[in-house]
Design a protein around this ligand. Structure first.
Ligand code: IPM
Ligand code: MN
Length: 349
């Protein structure tokens, strides 16, 4: 019996989570697994009422679940940063979800903004380090508010943190068994401390995986190749900040935020799955947002829990709906409402 913690969150989060849960229900009936859900109201509305984001006792409670399914965090009336650091990053860090796994997979060539790229050309996975780097929140102001002000933001990289991330990428690449190539995406030519450590660790770990080819690309060149030659990539491993940036571009080349899902993974603990787009306040409550990213997040969650058949069935259903039904993956232009897109996936399963 899986225990799933559900955090619908803000904006369109609850709408897409509803569709994700519908698909979870259909998959559980078809593939005979059992689960129970518990809904948590963390998010902007709750913060405006209580001035609370997530407390340590909430984190302790969440630790007892098999997985977390998150909708979206972000509220127009809350100052930027409060909910992001107080909820999303707090969960990632305190549950030690040190991997952010973001598949970039094009399901329907018609939805790709790149000319002449087919589904087989856009099919790679970004393994983003999810617990360190610039996200660590280290730094300081000196002489704040004066003309001599200095603001320092530190990228914090530990050998252990870097190594566990790189090792995960190699293991994932081996299991994925596609082109068997791991590309390190960094900036060794400028960021000579952090990326020296990453490169050295990468070279050492690579020796344990003689069956896997290795490559290196600077992050700026990586963005160029995402557009020009996405077929060069299989598994990309990178730090927290670069991973954040390149996966937004990755989402666009796979058809947009409407389809992009990610997993915040603690291989030894509780992981959290989410559509990677935001809370989309302007579409809230209109029943027009694309729920497929949230549905794909449910698929990733089931794959992670070991329900491989159910995960595959969800992906197949998403591919079918994306290739045979939808006019677009963008909110309001799908040709169907949020709810009907969920129904289409359920019917296909
Ligand atoms: C993401 C988001 C978050 C991040 C924000 C909301 C803190 O952009 O999941 O990519 O920067 O990691
Ligand atoms: Mn991001």
């Amino acid at each position: 019996m899986y225990k799933i913690a559900v955090i619908p969150g803000d904006g369109t989060g609850p709408e897409v989570v509803r569709e994700g849960l519908k698909v979870l229900d259909a998959a559980s009936k078809k593939y005979h697994f059992q689960y129970e859900t518990n809904v948590f109201n963390f998010g902007g509305e709750n913060y405006l009422k209580t001035q609370k984001t997530i407390e340590d006792k909430d984190v302790e409670e969440l630790r007892r679940y098999s997985a977390i399914f998150l909708g979206a965090i972000g509220h127009p009336e809350v100052k930027p940063g409060i909910l992001e650091t107080g909820i999303l990053l707090k969960l990632r860090f305190s549950l030690d979800q040190y991997i952010n796994l973001r598949p970039v997979k094009l399901y329907n060539a018609a939805f790709c903004p790149l000319k002449d790229k087919r589904p087989q050309d856009v099919d790679f996975v970004v393994v983003r380090e999810n617990s360190e780097g610039l996200y660590k929140g280290m730094g300081e102001f000196k002489d704040k508010g004066t003309m001599d002000e200095v603001a320092i933001q530190i990228s914090y990289n530990t050998r252990k943190g870097v190594e566990r991330c790189i090792r995960y990428a190699f293991e994932y690449c081996r299991k994925r068994n596609k082109n068997k190539k791991v590309t390190l995406c960094g900036k060794t030519n400028v960021l000579t401390y952090a990326w020296d450590l990453w490169q050295r660790t990468f070279d050492i770990v690579a020796k344990d995986y003689p069956d896997i080819a290795t490559d290196y690309a600077h992050v700026d060149a990586t963005t160029m190749w995402f557009v020009k030659n996405p077929e060069w990539f299989d598994v990309i491993v990178t730090d927290n900040m670069f991973g954040d940036i390149i996966t937004d571009l990755g989402a666009m080349i796979q058809g947009g935020m409407g389809i992009a899902a990610g997993g915040n993974i603690n291989p030894q603990g509780v992981s959290m799955f989410e559509p990677i787009g935001g809370s989309a306040p302007k579409y809230t409550g209109k029943n027009v947002i694309n729920p497929l990213a949230a549905i794909c997040a449910v698929g990733m969650m089931l794959g992670n829990l070991g329900e491989t058949k159910a995960a595959e069935a969800i992906e197949k259903a998403v591919i079918k709906v994306t290739t045979t039904k939808l006019k677009s993956l963008a909110a309001g232009r799908m040709g169907y409402s949020t709810q009907v897109v969920g129904d289409l996936v359920v019917d296909t399963i």
